[in-house]
Design a protein around this ligand. Structure first.
Ligand code: NDP
Length: 281
């Protein structure tokens, strides 16, 4: 079987071009979408992510503000900063870069963001709306995965979908989105027995584990569509959770790493911010 590469880079580029057009239209009405990113401490990986988000914002014509707070910032100081941004009419999206230093309460910080400005979709109210199948701000990575499935023309109604991973930021919202789209969904995790028995039934398989090369050919149903969310570093090289070359022998379509889900995450962050600004306008 020939495996089609689902080109996340190309889809993300198209999404970002579409966003830039909508940003320009909003600007004509006097509204410039703005995203604020709060970075606490000096984690080098977070620094890179935050810089990339700022650059992407500016390229799309949006306003970007990065708030840097010292590692020893108190919960109160962090929430005061979030509150300042909640009140800033020029800011449509607020993102708290995770992970936060260990002394800070992540859940409290995320819930301090006004739900309409919750660019990551991590506020409990937005998570609850997603659970109910209501329209809401959807977490960027799973939202990007859904967009990739749509762009690849994957029919979802009635399909068996298996998500490996149950984190609040990827696995769980991904499972809900697939369920809302009409799939029959199984969520697997570290306590799952006979993982391959589940994954081999999947028409759509999403790997969000964080272990390089975790999904192998024998775990994949012939003809399955495989989305690889994982970002792992091995000998300085970025790779996903799926053993790409061998799985490509059986899958019908698959996202590569890099160049698959990753570029979509940032594109969806811009989209969430734009949609909030459109509501404001
Ligand atoms: P977490 O570590 O929060 O979750 C990993 C999940 O994998 C957990 O639910 C865990 O199970 C499960 N798991 C671990 N080992 C196994 C196993 N042996 N068998 C089955 N399941 C297992 O990670 P995230 O969800 O935050 O991220 C997952 C991956 O996606 C990471 O590589 C991360 O870097 C990447 N990522 C990529 C993004 C992108 O833009 N492309 C964005 C966000 C994340 P349990 O719950 O039982 O511990």
């Amino acid at each position: 079987m020939t495996c089609r590469k689902i080109d996340g880079k190309a889809v993300a580029l198209a999404v970002r071009e579409e966003i830039a057009v909508r940003v320009a239209q909003l600007k004509e009405k006097g509204v410039t979408p703005g995203l604020a990113v709060i970075l606490v401490g000096n984690d080098p990986a977070s620094e890179i992510y935050v810089r990339n988000k700022g650059v992407a914002c500016e390229k799309a014509g949006m306003r970007s503000e990065t708030v840097r707070l010292p590692e020893d910032t108190s919960q109160e100081a962090l929430e005061a900063e979030i509150e300042r941004l909640n009140r800033d009419d020029g800011i449509d999206g607020i993102l708290v870069q995770l992970p936060l230093p260990r002394h800070l309460d992540e859940r409290r910080a995320l819930n301090a963001i006004r739900p309409e400005k919750d660019a990551d979709g991590f506020h409990l109210l937005n998570a609850g709306k997603l659970l109910e199948g209501e329209e809401t701000v959807v977490p960027c990575t799973p939202k990007g995965c859904m967009r990739l499935l749509e762009s690849a023309g994957v029919e979802m109604t009635g399909k068996e979908a298996v998500v490996i991973g149950r984190s609040n930021i990827v696995g769980k919202p991904m499972a809900l989105l697939l369920m809302n789209a009409g799939c029959t969904v199984t969520v697997c995790h570290s306590k799952t027995r006979d993982l391959a028995g589940h994954t081999r039934r999947a028409d759509i398989l999403v790997a969000a584990v964080g272990k390089p090369g975790f999904v192998t050919k024998d775990m994949v149903k012939p003809g399955a569509v495989v989305l690889d969310v994982g970002i792992n570093r091995v000998d300085g090289k970025v790779c996903g959770d799926v053993a790409y070359d061998e799985v490509a022998e059986v899958a019908s379509a698959m996202t590569p790493v890099p160049g698959g889900v990753g570029p979509m995450t940032i594109a969806m962050l811009l989209q969430n911010t734009l949609e909030a600004a459109e509501k404001r306008a």
